[in-house]
Each structure stands twice: as C-alpha cells, then as structure tokens.
Write a protein that binds this ligand. Structure first.
Ligand SMILES: [Fe+2]
Length: 398
C-alpha cells in the first residue's frame, strides 16, 4: 500500500472541493479544508483470495497509524492487526489494507477499523492527533473446503455507479461467497474520488463491509493518468488463482485491446509482455494439484479468449491463452468486454469450454451473472437489468 505525500495532496484537494460544494461538510470540517479533522473517506471494504484470510481496506483523509480490532463477538474485539510492515516499518498513510490471517473456516468475525491521525512527524517526536473508528461490522470467513460455492459477476459498468446497486438488488436473496467485478468498472482512471464515488461507495453501502469482492481489471482500468495509482486502492486487481469449495478459480488480467505501439498509449504500456508472463504462469497453474484435482475449473477474464473481434489484444488472448485453457480442461470462462451478452457453447475446433460474456453498460444491455457450483455441476444464469434470464448454462461433472 502506497500512501505518499503526493497522494495525500491529491486527496486533500478532492476533499477541499467537496467541502466547498457542501456547506454542511465545510462546517463539520471547520470551514478550512486544510484544517479539517481526521475522517474516513471510504470503507471499510473487504477483499479476499480466500485461504482463511481477508483484507479490510479503508481510506482516510490524512496520514494515520491504523489497525483493525476484531474478535468472535461484537462485545469482545480482543485481537488487533496492522497493515503489512515493509522493511520493518508499519504503514502510516491514508490508504489502509489490513489482512487478517489464519481465520477459522466458517466462523463469523466482528471488527472495527481504527485510525489515529499523525499530526506532526518529526524525526524524534511523532505527535498523534485524534482517533477515528468505523462502525462495528462483521463478516463470515468462507470455509474453502465446503461442498459448494456461489458468486455473482458484474462487468462493464463504465462509470455508472447506479448500475451496481441496481444489478445487485436483482439477486439480493441469492446466497453468495463473493461479488466478482470482471473489469471496465470505469472508463479510465482520473483520481481517487472517482474510485470512491463510482465503485467503492456503492459497494460499501450495499455489501462490501460484510462480503468480499474480487476484482480484475479490464482494458479501461489500465487507462488514464491515475491508472498507475489504481492498484493501491485494492488488495488485489491482477492475475491470481484460488480455490473455494469445488472450484479452482483462475483470474487473468487481459490488458489493453490495442497493440502496445498504438499512439494513444504514447509508448508507456507493455501488455504483450504482461500477457506472455501470465501465459507462463498459467502453464504452471494448470499442472498444479489444486487445479487438476478440483472438481471444476472456472476462468475469469475481462477480454474473452475468443469472440471479441480482431483487435490486437483480443487476438493475442486467443493465441496465448486458448491453447492452455483447452489443455487444462477448463470447464467455464466468464468474460465481458464486448458489451453484448452472449453464451458461446464449446467448440471442438476452438474453445473446448463454454464462454459466457456479460453485457453493459447502457440501460437495457446490462447483466448480472449468477454462478452456483456444487461437486456435481455448475449452474450459470445471466439476468438482464429487468431481472429476466437472458442466458444460462449447465456444466455437469464428466
Ligand atoms: Fe467495456
């Protein structure tokens, strides 16, 4: 987690703008945005790669020493965890990520976030200011060895924050272990306020204090002047793999859609090499026991490995990933990117697995995709934004 002077200033300016627009906020902040009191700007929000650990994230308006107090009951938060120390130093910034580890499978944990303002940082005398705490919250640590897993996928929201509650409310009674964001949640990255307003806050309001999300970038999260700061706000937004219940999940970060040399990237992107790096990693992943022995293998990637046109990124994804996905006997791929929802059946000469592509971002084209897996089958149901099922698929254990 990076929280340097530069991002502190950026945050300060954003708050200043807000305070001036909102007299109540200005009053609470003592009218002078530079003198305002310590506040939690967003959070807590949860992310995880499972394996009995969960990351709790939040953003403050000023640099602070921060921690999480947690325990098995709301009355007894008897444990304390800090962000990851680096080179012996605990974090002391604004963007906080505290990972709780060695949690008990299936157990409920209660927690609260705490930040203590660093008012003055002299070499031999650090002066703390006030302390702020988040409201009490709780989550269930998913038992990764259970018999089933359920999640929903959102994709291609494209800076339309109202789509997040709209789509999630269509499946609010659907039990889920996590919410998956499959890229292009934004058009391009501008600043911290955009990340808060267009994604984090709607998630926090609806579920993210108690249910984790998993997020992988689309091609649009790689764009804009803030793209290089973007990952600081998340525990994880790149490629990874994890197991929950009967499913081995593999997440690929498919990068840009145009060639790296395209003028719009001005010579400062390197996605061919990044996709090749992931292909080498995927080759290793498909030979791991956790992958081979899982009842099912689901791959989540923004640009689908086929059926998304002839732009360089899409073609490169087919070239480098499809042979490995076939070799690994993947059961299902979930994607976005095309903005046209569609279920592509397996094809013996191409993708040996079904590819389900979610829609979006305009009203009438948006989808939310529900996935339920047991040891025997995976059921996929894609709903449009009126709640009508517009695609489905059943994968049965061979
Ligand atoms: Fe998109």
């Amino acid at each position: 987690m990076k929280a340097n002077r530069r991002s502190f200033l950026k945050g300060g300016l954003a708050i200043g703008g807000l305070a001036l627009l909102n007299p109540q906020k200005a009053l609470a902040a003592g009218n002078d945005p530079l003198e305002e009191s310590l506040r939690i700007l967003a959070g807590p929000y949860l992310q995880t790669n499972f394996g009995n650990s969960i990351s709790i994230l939040w953003i403050t308006n000023k640099n602070a020493a921060s921690w999480v107090e947690y325990g098995n009951s709301a009355e007894n938060l008897d444990q304390k965890a800090f962000g990851k120390s680096e080179l012996g130093l605990k974090p002391a910034g604004r963007i906080n990520c505290v990972t709780l580890e060695r949690l008990k499978p299936g157990a409920t944990y209660h927690y609260k976030i705490v930040s203590k303002e660093i008012k003055d940082f002299q070499p031999y005398k650090l002066t703390y200011g006030e302390t702020v705490t988040g409201a009490a919250a709780s989550f269930v640590n998913t038992d990764s060895t259970k018999d089933n897993v359920a999640f929903v996928m959102l994709n291609d929201i494209h800076d339309r924050p109202q789509s997040i509650p709209h789509l999630l409310n269509l499946v609010k009674d659907h039990q889920k272990d996590f919410v998956f964001f499959n890229g292009d949640i934004f058009d391009y990255q501008t600043n911290e306020q955009q990340i808060i307003d267009h994604m984090l806050q709607p998630c926090i309001d609806l579920f993210a204090k108690s249910l984790p999300f998993v997020y992988v970038r689309g091609n649009h999260e790689t764009r804009g002047k803030f793209a290089r700061d973007f990952a600081d706000y998340f525990h994880h937004v790149g490629y990874t793999a994890f197991t929950v219940g009967p499913v081995r999940f593999v997440i690929l970060d498919t990068g840009e859609d145009k060639e790296d040399t395209h003028p719009v990237y001005a010579g400062i992107v390197d996605f061919d090499a990044y996709r090749l790096e992931q292909a080498r990693w995927l080759e290793e992943e498909i030979s791991r026991k956790a992958f081979k022995n899982a009842p099912f293998r689901i791959v989540l990637m923004h640009i689908p490995p086929r059926y998304s046109g002839d732009a360089h990124g899409a073609v490169h994804c087919t070239e480098v990933f499809e042979p490995l996905l076939n070799k690994g006997k993947v059961d299902l791929v979930l994607s976005g990117h095309t903005h046209r929802y569609k279920v592509h059946a397996p094809d013996k000469k191409a993708n040996h697995y079904p590819i389900i592509i979610g829609g979006g971002p305009r009203e009438g084209t948006r989808t939310i995709t529900r996935v339920n897996a047991t040891k025997k089958e995976i059921r996929v149901s894609m709903l449009d934004d009126s709640g009508k099922e517009v695609g489905s698929y059943l994968v049965s254990r061979k």
